[in-house]
Design a protein around this ligand. Structure first.
Ligand code: HPA
Length: 278
């Protein structure tokens, strides 16, 4: 167990050394761009694009809607590192493996994680296009990226999760939304399921009954690593579809991607305004 962790540590450190030599001034903010939201990368100035496969030990993306690039540059006057394309538990990665990019960027000195995803709405007040800031989460992925020997230099064995999402960052985002007049921005609780099969009507009823407002297959592992590393976190779900257990409609991935793309412009503007303010 300890040996596996030592190997993981050495690999992460070799990615850190590689990137430190290649990217110039270090990024303060990590942006994880979820399904249909990768276009934000086009707004990054002086962008240096590094395909994941060039970075030692980085996992490679397998999902079509997720390109696999690290993009470093300036956004809203800040140094950012955008992960265009993320990894999921359903692809077969362990959560430790799929969170490696966030761990490596935290070791490079990033202080804030902004993580986005496409999600299914469970709260009946939501509509396709609702932007939900994560107030809290429920992890139903049967794995934890911190499982195994703890590396004390990276964070505590039993990290506190009483407030995984940063209140001031959320308030800043809500202010930016109000100023821009962005409609349908709210907050809620995200539940992460392993996937890749989508929810049945009975599972949808269950997820709502345990207190979740939106469901997806990502984000929570990255947030666990970021909180362990002491980063402030802002989580954003774009609600692509709303699932009503009593009138359940088929959920189609093409529609999820389409709906998320429709929100992309609005979310990009919001993120730029937000980054400028923090
Ligand atoms: N369920 C799970 N993940 C999702 C959904 C959904 O309905 N929509 C977008 N991602």
């Amino acid at each position: 167990m300890r040996e596996a962790m030592e190997r993981f540590r050495e690999e992460a450190e070799s990615a850190v050394h590689y990137l430190a030599a290649r990217i110039g001034p270090l990024p303060e903010i990590i942006l994880v761009l979820g399904t249909g939201l990768g276009g934000l990368a086009d707004r990054i100035d002086d962008a240096l694009t590094i395909p994941y496969h060039e970075i030692p030990h980085f996992p490679h993306a397998t999902v079509e809607s997720h390109a696999g690039n690290l993009i470093v540059g300036a956004l809203g006057g800040k140094r950012v590192a955008a992960l265009q394309g993320r990894f999921h538990f359903y692809e077969g990665y362990s959560t430790r493996e799929l969170t490696r990019p966030v761990r490596v960027l935290s070791l490079l000195g990033a202080k804030t994680l902004v993580v986005s995803n496409a999600a299914g709405g469970l709260n009946p007040d939501f509509a396709p296009g609702t932007i939900m800031l994560l107030r809290d989460h429920i992890n139903l992925i049967p794995d934890n990226p911190l499982r195994g020997a703890n590396i004390d230099a990276w964070g505590p064995r039993f990290p506190d999760f009483s407030a995984p999402y940063d209140q001031p960052l959320m308030a800043t985002m809500l202010r930016a939304a109000a100023r821009l007049g962005t409609p349908n921005v709210t907050s809620g609780i995200y539940v992460a399921i392993p996937g890749p099969s989508l929810e049945t009507p009975a599972e949808t009823r269950y997820l709502r009954s345990i207190g979740a407002d939106a469901v997806g297959m990502s984000t929570v592992p990255e947030v666990i690593v970021a909180v362990h590393a002491g980063l402030k976190v802002l989580g954003i779900s774009v609600v692509a579809n709303v699932n009503d257990p009593d009138n359940f409609k088929p959920i189609r991935i093409e529609e999820i991607i389409d709906e998320t793309r429709k929100c992309e412009e609005r979310l990009q503007e919001l993120l730029v305004a937000f980054v400028r303010e923090i």
